[in-house]
Design a protein around this ligand. Structure first.
Ligand code: ACO
Length: 309
């Protein structure tokens, strides 16, 4: 029977139709999706921390309201994604346990510190910009709940990206100190943003199979290139320099050439040795432990409701 089910699965993928939670799927497909969706959900949740650090120090009520809404959106994205993972049989409590014991990853980018308020703008512009570039193709991912979650997430990320750009554009119209603050921030975030797309294709163990399954629609290097091409004109419009001496338009390729990110830094961050890994996970662990009474109360309440006639 598995042969027929496998054939049906293969046909669905070949016809570019969606796999839904109740459909039969190969174990490897399920495992890959749980891995990617969990890592994605964890990234959204951990991603609240670097910007959350500026909530109490936003320079105006308007900026505080915008930032608060944005950080809350990231929490919402994490929750949709945990729900998408649950449709595959994953258990949310187990995923959280794996995040805080370090057995599941989250995006490297959130292990860098936010040193100035310009970083809030740069995260919106570059980090959310990179996230959109990576996630728009995932709206066509073969697994229904993930693809549908991505549609709403991408709409909100587009808004985040524009608010970041608007913040930076405002600072660039300000004083020399503000312009210098923006440039210094862009210099720090550019290379880590390029690393968000993952290792180069020839060192990416999962890409080939994930593309065959229609989970991923582009390779890591394709999306990195797309991001560079889309960002260069925006940097020009802002009046900032991207910190890469090798960056230049290549007429023959119809794309920008650019330098190689420092992959040893990327590997160190993935190993847990980035500037903020320990702090990010410790904060998440503390939030989880401090929330134990809420979970206990909710469980007791649900049990009482169920026992009631
Ligand atoms: N940070 C942390 N880990 C990474 C990163 C990164 N930037 N890039 C790749 N990795 C991990 C992969 O998860 C994989 O880990 P594992 O096999 O040990 O579980 C390993 O490095 C090898 O990489 P790939 O084979 O290229 O992995 P994959 O095919 O999963 O591609 C990618 C990685 C592009 C990140 C993919 O998982 C993806 O598109 N995920 C969805 C988007 C996402 O997670 N975004 C999070 C940040 S955006 C945001 O939250 C605002």
């Amino acid at each position: 029977e598995t042969g027929t089910l496998q054939a049906l699965f293969d046909e669905t993928i070949a016809a570019e139709q969606r796999i839904e939670p109740r459909d039969w799927m190969p174990d490897g497909y399920r495992k890959t999706l749980v891995r990617q969706i969990a890592q994605h959900a964890h990234s959204e949740i951990i991603g609240m921390q670097p910007e959350g650090d500026w909530l109490t120090r936003a320079p105006s009520l308007r900026r505080k309201a915008i930032l608060l809404a944005k950080v809350q959106d990231e929490a919402g994205h994490g929750l949709y994604l945990y729900s998408a993972a649950e449709t595959l049989g994953a258990d949310r409590a187990d995923l959280t346990a794996k995040l805080i014991d370090g057995t599941q990853k989250y995006s490297s980018i959130f292990n860098y510190p936010t040193r100035t308020y310009a970083d809030v703008g740069t995260i919106g512009w570059l980090v959310d910009g990179a996230a959109i570039c990576n996630q728009v193709p995932l709206c066509r991912s073969s697994f229904g709940p993930y693809a549908r979650a991505m549609i709403r997430v991408c709409k909100e990320e587009s808004f985040h990206q524009r608010q970041g750009y608007e913040l930076l554009a405002t600072m660039m119209r300000g004083t020399d100190e503000q312009r210098a603050m923006v440039q210094e921030s862009v210099d720090r975030w550019w290379w880590p943003a390029l690393m968000m797309f993952g290792p180069p294709d020839d060192e990416s163990p999962n890409t080939e199979q994930s593309m065959r399954w229609g989970i991923k629609r582009n390779t890591n290097d394709e999306l990195r290139q797309r991001f560079v091409d889309m960002t260069v004109p925006q940097a020009e419009a802002l009046g900032v320099t991207l910190p890469d001496p090798a960056l230049r338009w290549n007429d023959r390729r119809g794309a920008h050439d650019f330098g190689e990110p420092d992959w040893s830094e990327f590997k160190a961050v993935l190993r847990g040795d980035g500037p903020c890994n320990a702090e990010r996970v410790a904060n998440r662990r503390a939030a989880h432990e401090d929330g134990a009474w809420v979970r206990a109360a909710a469980t007791a309440f649900a049990a009482r409701e169920q026992a009631a006639p």
